[in-house]
Design a binder for this molecule. Sequence first.
Ligand SMILES: NC(=O)c1ccc[n+]([C@@H]2O[C@H](COP(=O)([O-])OP(=O)(O)OC[C@H]3O[C@@H](n4cnc5c(N)ncnc54)[C@H](O)[C@@H]3O)[C@@H](O)[C@H]2O)c1
Length: 492
Amino acid sequence: MPRTTTSEYTRRRLIKRTLLASAGLSARMWAETQNANSDVRIAVIGFNSKGAGHIQSLLKIKGVRIVALCDVDSAVMDKQVALLKGRNIEVKKYSDYRKLVEDPEIDAVTIATPNHTHTVIALAALAAGKHVYVEKPVCHNLHEGAMLVEAGKKVSGKLILQHGMQRRSDPGWNAAEAYLKTGAIGKTVLSRAMNFRARQSIGTVAGPVSPPATVDYNLWCGPREMAPVMREQFHYDWHWQWAYGNGDIGNNGPHQLDVARRALGNPVELPLRVISFGRRWGYTDNGQTPNNQFALFDYGKDVAPLLFDNRGLPRADMNWQKGWEPDYKGVRIGNVYHCEGGYIAESKAYDLDGKWNGVKFPLNDGSEHMSNFIASIRSGKQIHDNLDISHGFQAAALAHMANISYRIGREASVDVVRERVSGNALALETVGNFVTNLAANKIDLTAAPPVLGPFLEFNPRTLKFEGEFAVEANAIAESDTYRKGFELSMVS
Ligand SMILES: NC(=O)c1ccc[n+]([C@@H]2O[C@H](COP(=O)([O-])OP(=O)(O)OC[C@H]3O[C@@H](n4cnc5c(N)ncnc54)[C@H](O)[C@@H]3O)[C@@H](O)[C@H]2O)c1
């Protein structure tokens, strides 16, 4: 379990929140006691970029009132407050989520802060009796995710806890999943998730830099130690530093990993084995996470494997003007479901020769996801299983598992990588394409070989790694720390 500290202060806060949660049946009762026309009073937490999108989505939903905003950067706050003022909307301003969640005039929160604070804030809000919409990845480690799922069960019937993976509200993916179930193109043999998204260097600072003067860095760090800032761009680029982000597999990855799970019948348990390799190739900068990463998840004999392929370099010559890396079956960021008698690549189904079989799925990127959250609040229960936090946990957990294999990896030749996945022809083909893209960018794999993690054995019941690499793997899985005052709240 990650290290947590408990203090008298924390205990008192927990008791207070537990009381609030049980009294705050405000929420469940919301559906029962409020007039059907009552507004849902909502607060958005973190809105430099994605959270600004939350605000825009919420403004379009009838019967929703944005009553408060919370951000630790006063410049970000001032910008949104001014925008809302322009629409005659006055909001309360918070920089500390712990104060916001105790505001009785807020029914629900949406969270779009950096990854390391998602679960911490979500649990605090639930414990205080608020409905929660939390961005992906819903957790920064496996333990947090398990706590969220548990909390979701505890508040079920009282509060809504929804993940932010909008493709779960996409009619196109619902249709694709239903089509697979008809057996028209046979069983899934491999579910492929891809994120081919070229990322440039984030630069290198000579030494620690000051956070922007407008940022309350203590609150930004939240549970993490207040470590010196080691990146040029303060916002967003935390994605590539392990204490806060989870690399692209934990950034765009949860969307595609989640869609990939649908082709496997939405397994309720995590895989039994995982292997990952990759590296941060092409530049040296303050980023720690790999920019190219491959992962293969083994669910055992009854469920097809899941493959994740992340490419972060351009098409060729490290030249971003030449466009992004070559697509795979027409897809760069998205999914391919490989089946016995054909495949689905994003919005269309094909036969094994790659000929479109006339079946099309109406993908719309889940534009109703936020309004589904509000509809669930209004109806007093989740309006669709797809919205359940367990999907958020599963997708995030896949990213965390792969990252743990990668992080205990060692440099290895491409031949060793090939040998490790040789049991799966599609995985082997992917390694070939992966290496071809590196070669097109003139990456010298002798000087910078792949970092290859071991096949880790995982027990989905205990959420612990087992076997030969268990000690190292579990140590990384449990390495997140929680500062006093920012512990994970208990929800009862
Ligand atoms: N669902 C999607 O399609 C989608 C798309 C983009 C981003 N996201 C997710 O949204 C999150 C935010 O991404 P971003 O690109 O906006 O990041 P960002 O770094 O640009 O913005 C984060 C904002 O949160 C604020 N913040 C940080 N800690 C806070 C705290 N404790 N309390 C309140 N505010 C705090 C920051 O000041 C900043 O304004 C990420 O976790 C990302 O994975 C989801």
